[in-house]
Design a protein around this ligand. Sequence first.
Ligand code: ADP
Ligand code: ZN
Length: 601
Amino acid sequence: MPDPLEVLRRVFGYEAFRGHQRAAIDAVIRGEDALVLMPTGAGKSLCYQVPALVRQGVAVVVSPLIALMQDQVAALVQNGVKAAALNSALDGRERARVERAMREGGLDLVYVSPERFAAPGFLDLLEQAPLALFAIDEAHCVSQWGHDFRPDYRQLAVLAERFPAVPRIALTATADEATRADILRELRLEKAERFVSGFDRPNIRYTVRPRRERVRQLLAFLAGRRGEAGIVYCMTRSRVDRVTEELNRAGVPALAYHAGLEAGERTARQARFVASDDGVMVATVAFGMGIDKPDVRFVAHLDLPKSLEAYYQETGRAGRDGLPAEAWMLYGPGDAAQLGRFIDGSEAAEEQKHVERGKLEALMRYAEAASCRRRILLGYFGDDCEPCGNCDICLDPPEMFDGTEAAQMALSAIYRTGQRFGGGHIIDVLRGRETERVLRLRHDRLPTFGVGKDRRVAEWRSILRQLTAAELVAAENLEGFTVLRLGPEARAVLRGERKVQLRQEKREARPTRQPKQPGTAPVSADREGFEALRALRRKLAAEQGVAPFMVFHDSVLHDMLNRRPSSLEEIAEVPGVGAAKLQRYGKAFLEALRALPPSAD
Ligand code: ADP
Ligand code: ZN
């Protein structure tokens, strides 16, 4: 049997295994079942691809989306691996060819969709083929608990009975306790060894900005990121269309994607995005599941996501290649109330609504954070970390002030007006505005009238949001209106028994500083060199009809620029250059590197 490390180096061009990879690989090679739980980008694929090449026979990989399968197969073929997909997109002849290769042991990996297991004759085909292992990718699809439930995954339970001697490995990046338990039970993996990694994605920088004007702020953000690929999420289809149009008008080539588009058009746009190395995709959350694009450099949210889980998953599509990437979000005062209204107005059972409200509160705590955002995000998944140094709060700590008095004013205004009004009216009272409603209700006679006129409306809005996030104020929805009431701890503040620290609202977003990011692969400062190698990569990719990242990842290009290899042997030492790619592309890149001016340092 070949040695796993040798396979890693020769085929994939990497020096060493990461994290739990080696342990999971060894378990599968020994013939044991495994459950692998790693964040996106940690390298789950190698956990079954390496055993597939070490063990005799063909590895059967269950993957939920045909597009994803084809990308993975193409990437493996680039590395000289014998891989194929077996799905409904094949015609009869191609299918017969793949099936024959499976029986004859002429394939290392075959990717199949879960539906295939219900097709007549498929299990018989598997019995005739020498099997190395079963890999069940995106295994959370088996759970009704998660948001990607695929009933067809349930059929995979049959593998345990029909093929007891073939090791099975299930993999996912989604894993709260309930989902994990579902996977183990539904897939009969009770005896599987478990490999669980932390959730942190250190190369992703998290930033939240108060929303003023979506498109203007987005354009400012994009200005420093020309030529980078990214995803922009919006809450509604109409907003997706509008933002796309405005980006294109401003000279940023952008594609729109949402469920309102015809299926063929969606597939085509997704393929164009994956194949580009600088495309911007503006989308609803309908986009992204199964996108296997390593060089997404940013994920921007123009509206609040649905929950922190959703946010983690959506932002997780950035920086899978380990290079610095950004998760950037705009947050407006109305967002939480709007999501609250969705929850209240839904048909769900009261118990479910309670869960949803809890998730919304967690999301608000993240958006209103006064301390490290990564810590809040990881804390939500039960992980802990030190202040990260790579989120907007760590990089530019907000100024805090003793907000006890301001909080007392706001709470008192809420209380004295009878806990029946939204933020707008409360702020009018605080700032002493004689509006029609204020006068009609005689709120101008309250002792709190005008006590807060020194603060701007934006400041009061920020204070009310922060008090809500701290649960000193409870925002409730009554027939479509948000009503502010006192939260359980409010009385202690009003009585002066509890102090309140508040974050100073910044007047304008400062330009983001870009210090070197910790824990990420080195990026070359040679912009021109990078563009030259990128152009070559684009040309080679177009010749073969594959996406540029399948030729080499960005990290490989950066590494080449930093190392300046001058021979094929030196190119072979660059991580990510395996034997097949060395032979195919080594010379072309060597020549391109020689043609560059000598590096500055
Ligand atoms: P996941 O499926 O967990 O999201 P992938 O399997 O797509 O992650 O791997 C993410 C990236 O990390 C890929 O570009 C992969 O080639 C790279 N990678 C995985 N394992 C290693 C390793 N041991 N050394 C270097 N790069 C690796
Ligand atoms: Zn931080």
